[in-house]
Design a binder for this molecule. Sequence first.
Ligand SMILES: NC(=O)c1ccc[n+]([C@@H]2O[C@H](COP(=O)([O-])OP(=O)(O)OC[C@H]3O[C@@H](n4cnc5c(N)ncnc54)[C@H](OP(=O)(O)O)[C@@H]3O)[C@@H](O)[C@H]2O)c1
Length: 295
Amino acid sequence: MTSPTTTPLPTRTIGDRTVSAIGLGGMPMSIEGRPDRARSVATIHASLDAGVTLIDTADAYHQHADEVGHNETLIAEALRSWGGDRDGVLVATKAGHLRPGDGSWTQDGRPEHIKAATKASAQRLGVEAIGLHQFHRPDPAVPYAESVGALAELLEEGVIQMAGISNATTAQIREAQQVLGGRLVSVQNQFSPSFRSSDDELRLCDELGIAFLPWSPLGGISSAAELTPGLAPFARVAEAHGVTPQQVTLAWMLATSPVVVPIPGSSRPETARASAEAAALRLSPDEVATLDATD
Ligand SMILES: NC(=O)c1ccc[n+]([C@@H]2O[C@H](COP(=O)([O-])OP(=O)(O)OC[C@H]3O[C@@H](n4cnc5c(N)ncnc54)[C@H](OP(=O)(O)O)[C@@H]3O)[C@@H](O)[C@H]2O)c1
């Protein structure tokens, strides 16, 4: 067991929970290209030691058909072997996607699937109630209100403590808020400097006081290490602060709205630590304005 010397980070709010302003995305540790288990556990421990108290996962973060929940199991294992305050960590998972094992991502938004999958997630995470559960992606074959209705039932049954949605439009955010009787606490959509098409959803979350969790905030697993030439201002600001463009990207996201909680993915302790450090990075209003105008 590690003996953590946790550093408190700036915080944000998701529903009634206070979490670190930057979370950890678990996906790179469980899909194609994933590291071995020991490095994944070290990555999660590095993130927790750095003060991260939000971990994003999903039952569909796995590679082969017979290992549903690979990432949830990994996170549960890493939390068990970590010496810090596990109760202070919010694990946010999802249901609604399936991975048949051929590299594809399929969908099942039927309420009966969502409910059964969520109960299986709770078992894998080793909890009586999941802290935050998010409907992964609207299923065109199922009315949205029915899929989200499953989350309302899970809240009432006490299987989940908070409900969120992912890959949602503004209309779906409003619909989910209604179906959940005002209990929608988070929206997780793709958002990064070069992918801003969820700007309307972010603004709506800001207006409604709902947490907005940008996914692939650094441009995604295969692009995060590089900087698109058009994003040179991020590199210039990074140089001025003696940090990396990826850290500036995360700090800029935090500056866009107090409801934003980025969840950068990591598969190495170094990147997990670097992302956590970005939570304390402050950009000037001029820098934020320049970056706002860069895409
Ligand atoms: N709801 C959805 O539909 C959906 C879809 C996609 C992702 N997500 C969630 O969002 C999370 C983040 O998205 P993502 O993992 O696809 O993409 P991402 O966060 O944009 O990029 C992940 C990659 O960034 C690298 N990285 C992380 N921090 C870094 C830093 N400070 N400096 C340099 N490189 C850094 C990591 O490299 P190393 O691997 O070398 O550590 C990792 O592979 C996922 O893990 C998952 O939890 C949700």
